[in-house]
Design a protein around this ligand. Structure first.
Ligand code: MRU
Length: 355
């Protein structure tokens, strides 16, 4: 199994996704973070990326930052607040980051209220972060089990970006659904959008599928519409970075175009995401903060410049797909068909106490 984020020898170890793809069977590029600043830098520079992976990396990063123990209670609270704030500024769109910070904060407050020693608080934070890593994988397996019911033998599926093991602690959301379907013996073909500008499809999903020996075909983003028109694709599945209360979904830039195309071609459009990706504090997609990234991601491919110097660039990393274009959202708790305020609340309400 691909391990994206883990804890080893008092360090947060990340599979460095900036260096993928590498030869299958070759050694994996690892980034060993020995202080929390390195974890924040890894999130900002996409060494670790994908909503759930960012969340668990932040949880482990906070635990790492709190390994330095101090008996001074005020200093301890100040240190926690400083680290949590720094993580919250690392990337704005994936709500899983803020969800994970919240989990760590409540663990910290519980431990301090119980008057644990600072060494015990530090240990407790690490335990909670490790639970979040484990739970992410369990969640994805449950999500995959629900979602595989939507996949049929002979399907031709298109995915965008990377919503696989690389985007999570392991297993994946959208790709987790496909893994589960394969385990059930279903045969389908998979098309992968390259996903400009950062090429998460070409560099990461294509690599992950080869690594797992799941056959797949890579296409350029601009080819998706033509494949739908010619009947080569009959289902689309993506992940999500934040889902508003009304079911609008923020995901990698280009997702919205696919959803519009899917509607035009009467193709089901599925989103796979854990409950941690829902943000009920946000009424609709207009209020989801959309990250804008450096112009170099557009003017360059890798180190090669492909656009003239001085050209103006707009580089939003995510877009919002309105709920009306989404056939269903697949979660670990079940499938929300025709997502909207009511259907989302109905599914999430059982989990309310934990949010
Ligand atoms: O910029 P990235 O690579 O972090 O964006 C990732 C995506 O948009 C994924 O589709 C999303 O996080 C879902 S991951 C299970």
């Amino acid at each position: 199994m691909i391990r994206t984020v883990y804890w080893e020898n008092e360090a947060v170890v990340l599979l460095d996704q900036r260096k993928l793809p590498v030869a299958i069977g070759g050694s994996l590029p690892l980034l060993v973070c020995r202080n929390y600043h390195q974890v924040i830098q890894a999130i900002k520079t996409l060494a670790v990326r994908g909503a759930p992976a960012i969340g668990v990396a932040a949880a482990l990063g906070i635990a790492l930052g709190m390994r330095k123990v101090t008996r001074d209670r005020v200093a301890l609270h100040q240190r926690f607040a400083k680290i949590a704030t720094e993580f919250s500024h690392s990337r704005p769109t994936a709500v899983n980051l803020f969800w994970a910070i919240k989990q760590m904060k409540s663990a910290f407050l519980q431990a301090t209220a119980a008057d644990f020693s600072s060494a015990r608080i530090s240990q407790r934070l690490l335990e909670v972060a490790l639970e979040l890593v484990d739970n992410d994988i369990k969640t994805n397996i449950a999500l995959g089990e629900h979602g595989q019911a939507l996949i049929d033998d002979g399907d031709a599926i298109l995915t965008h970006c990377n919503a696989g093991a690389l985007a999570c602690a392991g297993y994946g959301t959208a790709l987790g659904v496909l893994r589960s379907a394969r385990q059930k013996g279903k045969n389908f073909s998979l098309f992968i959008d390259e996903t400009r500008p950062v090429l998460q499809g070409a560099r990461l999903t294509a690599w992950e599928m080869q690594y797992e020996k799941i056959p797949a075909t890579l296409i350029c983003d601009s080819m998706a519409g033509s494949l739908m028109a010619s009947g080569r694709v009959n289902k689309i599945i993506t992940g999500a970075d934040r889902i508003a209360a009304n079911g609008d979904v923020a995901n990698k830039i280009g997702t919205y175009s696919l959803a519009v195309l899917a509607k035009a071609h009467k193709i089901p459009f599925y989103v796979a995401a854990p409950l941690a990706t829902f943000d009920l504090s946000i009424d609709n997609g207009c209020d989801i903060p959309i990250e804008e990234r450096a112009p170099e991601e557009v003017t360059h491919i890798g180190v090669k410049r492909i656009a003239p110097k001085g050209i103006s660039v707009f580089n939003p990393a995510f877009d919002v797909t309105p709920a009306r274009l989404i056939t269903a959202i697949i979660t670990e708790r079940g499938i929300i068909k025709r997502p909207g305020k009511k259907s989302i609340r109905a599914l999430l309400v059982r989990d309310e106490g934990k949010r």
